[in-house]
Design a protein around this ligand. Structure first.
Ligand code: BDR
Ligand code: CA
Length: 304
């Protein structure tokens, strides 16, 4: 079973990504939280509530960085609602977070199992950047690093930048420059992973789990037969489960940190030449295969 550590900022689509992990064959070794879509106190509270709702057992939830490394904090409450989970109301968690800081948890968990753990990051990259600075060997110890973030064609928070990159561009630059190969699932593909009416109809019969999935999807965007909200973060977990759903191309990615209008832009050069490709950039997604994988996992989870 692939071991994964998920760094997240739940976040509606983060919640749907955690549900995918819960219903799949992954061995989830930890959840770390970061301030992002909403404040750290809320992303952590949401992760704790999701751990219990999704029956993730003793998987530790460890809070991390509250804000970006250098600049002002950017939030996405206008997309994810005041609590971060839209119209979803989960039972209050009975258990609290693990002691310590996410950065230490990431470093120590990788140190204990070098080469075994895949990092999945679906929020701003602040915790990962600090982990790299604290212990550069995390780059060798990680089996893989898969992120939802960036784009080679467009932004969403503004025309240039995707939210997770804009929320902490300096952190993203540190992570892309660290020496590993970042698998970057950006808006180019995640915007094709949309909840349409047909997808929603497959979620509705899922009993208690539908109480999370359906209001999450509906409060995240307008669902129609042709389009709907993109559940970006679930793409990162889906990639770990089945990379063949994606086409990925080696590239050199630099994160813009100084541009007046382009901060957080992931400047992607597919003409790698003699340089080392620091990223594998997703360029297409088999959307039907993606939803079959995701709904299959949700069905298994609902049947437990
Ligand atoms: C990303 O930004 C956040 O709002 C989502 O949770 C996702 O991680 C999409 O740009
Ligand atoms: Ca997220």
């Amino acid at each position: 079973m692939t071991k994964v550590l998920i760094d997240c900022d739940p976040g509606i689509d983060d919640a749907l990504a955690l549900a995918l992990a819960a219903g799949s064959s992954l061995d989830l070794v930890g959840i770390t939280t970061v301030g992002g879509n909403v404040d750290l106190s809320l992303t952590t509270a949401n992760a704790l509530a999701l751990r219990e709702f999704l029956e993730l057992g003793d998987v530790p939830v460890t809070p991390g960085s509250a804000g970006a490394l250098l600049r002002h904090t950017v939030r996405a409450g206008h997309v994810h609602g005041a609590t971060g989970l839209g119209d979803v109301v989960l039972p209050a968690p009975r258990r609290g977070p693990a002691r310590g800081h996410a950065v230490d948890f990431i470093v120590e968990t990788l140190r204990a199992r070098p080469g075994e753990i895949t990092l999945v990051a679906v929020g701003p990259l602040t915790n990962l950047a600090l982990a790299v600075r604290r212990e550069p060997r995390v780059v060798e110890w990680a089996r893989d690093l898969v992120i939802m973030g960036g784009s080679y064609t467009r932004g969403n928070h503004n025309p240039a930048a995707e939210f997770n990159m804009l929320a902490d561009p300096e952190a993203a630059a540190i992570v892309f420059d660290a020496g590993w190969t970042v698998t970057m699932l950006g808006l180019d593909v995640t915007l094709t992973a949309v909840v349409t009416t047909q997808v929603l109809e497959r979620m509705e019969p899922l009993g208690r789990l539908a109480e999370l999935l359906v209001p999450a999807a509906q409060s995240y965007g307008v669902v129609t037969a042709e389009s709907g909200p993109a559940i970006h973060d679930a793409c990162a977990v889906a990639y770990v489960l089945d990379p063949s759903l994606f086409t990925c191309v080696p590239a050199v990615v630099n994160v813009e940190t100084a541009g007046q209008f382009t901060r957080g832009m992931t400047v992607t050069d597919f003409k790698v030449g003699d340089r080392r490709a620091n990223a594998l950039v997703a360029t297409s997604l088999d959307a039907k295969g993606f939803w079959d994988l995701v709904i299959g996992a949700y069905e298994r989870l609902a049947a437990r």
